[in-house]
Write a protein that binds this ligand. Structure first.
Ligand code: NAP
Length: 496
């Protein structure tokens, strides 16, 4: 049934400027119905102003199990559709997202804080996964194997794994959800999703659009509520066959442990501590421009954000001078005014910036720009450049997840590669050099799932996104992203 016809419909106070106010939806979505089955609610705050923009139901463990019931009931029909039929629904979802781009971006900016231009960019990115997997759903999934037996024929099939649980963070509240959901749905899985309680409205808006696109009841469920209460029943439920999580390594480890009892397939997109390495032969203008993007996109709250800048000694002073100048020119303000940098998500994030700055200064670093709170509001932190940062500073070892750049010089290739690799994380590394042999050597030596050479923007639906070491398990995007939601079945047919 259409969600908008549901009796339990509850709309949030409309955000001014929405062309389609129904997209701002203060309900969970379970079994094709809007669900508000809880007296308890969770307030959602605009980080730019501190204003509560709405609230979503704090559903409990019983409701989250009801969502799995719905997804398990929907699985036989959804997985039994022709791939072209699933693809057609995904394609309609994609078109609905594209058509609602400006409204979705506005909702995201109000709940997440990011500048409007970045929110629009994220909606495009989110839609691109739905489009990609609508196509990928149709591709043949049979692998041909030459038989090793004289009297038998062998085949390997990919089958949808079952119900998939998707747990997503607040920094990319639309794209992290579609990257998982579109792949799972294309593979024939049904989903239960928990969006971050800081940014649930981007997810509920996507659920409204999925419903309008004709997604059958139970196929794509969004359950709002306190994370531990909603997600723990999923980790224990044997019907949930895949758990795909994006968030911190700490919570990733917890979910890994919780999922052990039911031996789930896991996809983990976790934290990063990206090194940004500039060799003396690099194009300095290009390196500075890309460094600004790698540090300050999403106000620094990006798992791909450069945390540690290593600059070869001959370029060091000039790089620091130019980078500091470009940083000082960045505009800061509420996302709705479309500045370069918006607010941070919460007070914890602001405290972490302050802690990393104070610790680095106490250990001998110098601050060229920023280094303190920004007057735009309590959750704003000034874009900051720290130089001569010693190796033992916290900012060189912990994900800062904010607009603080830490820079240190280096003298030779072997040392900088060793320093870059000296972390439990391995998501992305940035490399600037014009020496083709060094590009090859360093790309091989860096223990990261992604290496970006002389550029920052490298992601997109067709590439395998993910990290090594404790940055995660598996990959999202590309064909691999869909295969994560499948089981492999080997069939051997005797033909005597
Ligand atoms: P987080 O605290 O780990 O939260 C991520 C998600 O997990 C949220 O939906 C959160 O819900 C939920 N969660 C929290 N506690 C949970 C629990 N006990 N059981 C089940 N779920 C739980 O991470 P975050 O602070 O939101 O996001 C920042 C982190 O995500 C950074 O480390 C960043 O690098 C990483 N990240 C990685 C990627 C990637 O693709 N590799 C992309 C984006 C972000 P609530 O918000 O409701 O608590």
């Amino acid at each position: 049934m259409s969600a908008s016809a549901s009796k339990t419909h509850r709309r949030a106070d409309p955000i001014a400027g929405l062309a389609d106010p129904d997209l701002f939806c203060a309900s969970a979505f379970i079994d094709g119905q809007r669900s508000n089955d809880s007296a308890d609610t969770i307030d959602v705050t605009d980080p730019a102003t501190g204003q509560v923009i709405g609230a979503v139901p704090a559903l409990d463990g019983a409701a989250s199990t009801t969502a799995v019931d719905a997804a398990a009931r929907a699985f036989p029909d959804w997985s039994g559709l022709l791939p072209q039929e699933r693809a057609a629904i995904l394609r309609r979802w994609y078109e609905a997202i594209r058509n609602a781009r400006d409204d979705l971006a506005l909702i995201m900016t109000r709940e997440q804080g990011k500048p409007l231009f970045e929110s629009r960019g994220e909606i495009d990115y989110a839609a691109s996964f739905v489009e990609f997997y609508a196509e990928e759903a149709k591709r043949p999934n049979i692998e041909s194997v030459t038989s090793h037996l004289a009297d038998a024929e062998v085949e390997v099939w990919r089958e949808p794994a079952g119900v998939a649980a998707l747990i997503t963070p607040w920094n990319f509240p639309a794209a992290m959800l579609t990257r998982k959901a579109a792949a799972a749905l294309a593979a024939g899985c049904t989903c239960v999703a928990h969006p971050s309680s800081e940014t649930p409205f981007s997810a509920t808006a996507l659920a409204v659009l999925a419903d309008r696109a004709g997604m059958p009841p139970g196929v794509f469920n969004v359950v709002t509520g306190r994370a531990a209460e909603v997600v723990e029943p999923w980790t224990n439920d044997p019907r949930v066959r895949v758990l795909s999580f994006t968030g911190s390594t700490e919570i990733g480890r917890l979910l890994y442990r919780q999922s052990a009892g039911t031996m789930k397939r896991l996809v983990m997109e976790l934290g990063g501590l990206a090194p940004f390495i500039v060799f003396a032969d690099a194009d300095l203008d290009q390196a500075v421009e890309e460094a600004i993007k790698a540090k300050f996109a999403t106000s620094g709250q990006d798992c791909l954000g450069a945390n540690r800048f290593f600059i070869e000694r001959p370029l060091y002073d000039e790089f620091c001078r130019r980078f500091a100048g470009a940083t000082a020119a960045l505009t800061v303000g509420p996302g709705i005014d479309d500045p370069d940098i918006g607010p941070l998500m919460n007070q914890r994030a602001v405290d972490k910036q302050r802690q990393h700055v104070e610790d680095a200064l106490a250990k001998g670093a110098r601050c060229l720009v920023g280094g303190k709170a920004h007057p735009a509001g309590p959750l704003f932190f000034a874009p900051t450049v720290l130089v001569d940062v010693p190796a033992d500073a916290l900012v060189m070892h912990e994900e800062t997840f904010g607009p603080v750049a830490a820079i240190a010089p280096f003298d030779d290739e072997a040392t900088v590669i060793a320093r870059a690799n000296d972390t439990e994380y391995g998501l992305i590394a940035y490399l600037h050099t014009n020496d083709p042999r060094r590009i090859y050597r360093a790309s091989r030596a860096l223990q990261f799932g992604m290496v970006a050479v002389n550029r920052t923007k490298v992601t997109g639906a067709p590439i395998p996104f993910g990290g090594m070491k404790q940055s995660g398990l598996g990959r999202e995007g590309a064909r691999l992203g869909m295969e994560a939601f499948t089981e492999v079945k080997y069939v051997c047919r005797d033909w005597r």
